[in-house]
Design a protein around this ligand. Structure first.
Ligand SMILES: NC(=O)c1ccc[n+]([C@@H]2O[C@H](COP(=O)([O-])OP(=O)(O)OC[C@H]3O[C@@H](n4cnc5c(N)ncnc54)[C@H](O)[C@@H]3O)[C@@H](O)[C@H]2O)c1
Length: 256
């Protein structure tokens, strides 16, 4: 797969998984635009990768439009857009309205708003690549955080819809669904993260490598933790058994 000279955008690229993806694409010769809501983080990774920083809040329509317009100025046509920024906010059903809305805007609507800007040009050219960083929480669930789990399910659903609708018109879609990854998000994930995710946590670089392999292999679903495929099959094949297992895990978290 050759991305040399191709324009690429990575949202939430100032830290963690996004930073690793920016490095992976830059190492392969892409012209990488690093977005983050934190300007200093975006600048730092842009300097590391020889790219451009475009700070913006991708939770807003204005932020996404500004990012894509600025990215086109810096890097030319955008061939690959990695919609990676995400937030883990809130806990259960009593999470505030603001937390539910923020989760919805960052974890789902950022993808919708970016694709709205990009798809007309990609369809006209007959090529484009949209990468959604969802989560295993979007295929299974993440105990301890309802807004995150629900909005990541929505992200997977939207990525599937894009792939099913536009594959024959040249759009390639990849949906990354890791479990624990050693980033600040995992560090802040509390008891549920400690019990469920820490043991098998991987480095951000392993996620970027899995994405690269999935891009080269033309795969939609990118599972940096292979065991997730088994859990996903169990959920579909015997949902009650899977839910019983998840509830046992919840009880372990409460006792920890
Ligand atoms: N860390 C994990 O265990 C894990 C597991 C599965 C999926 N994910 C997903 O991976 C993605 C990256 O998370 P991470 O673990 O690297 O977290 P991180 O906190 O290390 O990095 C996220 C980056 O996104 C930026 N960001 C947040 N909201 C933004 C916004 N509205 N606009 C622009 N930038 C914004 C942050 O400033 C931060 O730099 C997220 O979508 C997350 O849900 C993470």
């Amino acid at each position: 797969m050759n991305v040399r000279g191709c324009g690429a955008v990575v949202t939430g690229g100032g830290n963690g998984i996004g930073r690793a993806i920016a490095h992976r694409l830059a190492a392969a010769g892409a012209r990488v635009v690093v977005n983050d809501i934190d300007p200093a983080a975006a600048e730092a990774v842009a300097a590391e990768t020889g790219g451009w920083a475009v700070p913006a809040d991708v939770a807003t329509d204005d932020g996404v439009r500004h990012l894509i317009a600025a990215a086109r100025e810096h890097a030319g046509e955008i061939e690959t857009y990695c919609s990676n920024a995400g937030v883990a906010a809130g806990t259960g059903e009593n999470s505030t309205e603001e937390m539910w809305q923020r989760s919805w805007d960052v974890n789902l609507m950022a993808h919708v708003r970016a694709s709205r800007e990009l798809i007309p040009g990609w369809l006209a050219r007959g090529s484009g690549r949209f990468v959604v960083t969802a989560s295993a929480a979007g295929l299974l669930t993440m105990l301890g955080t309802a807004p995150y789990s629900v909005t990541k399910h929505a992200a997977v659903g939207y990525a599937e819809w894009l792939a099913a609708t536009y594959a024959h018109r040249g759009l390639r879609v990849h949906c990354i669904c890791p479990q624990g990854v050693r980033t600040s998000m995992l560090a802040g994930s509390g008891r549920a993260g400690d019990v469920v995710l820490q043991e098998a946590a991987i480095e951000p670089r392993a996620v970027a490598d899995a994405l690269w392999d999935g891009m080269a292999g033309g795969r939609f679903l990118i599972l940096p933790h292979r065991e997730v495929a088994g859990y996903y099959a169990l959920r579909a094949g015997d949902t009650d058994k899977w839910l019983q297992g998840m509830n046992r895990l919840q009880q372990r978290i409460e006792q920890s």
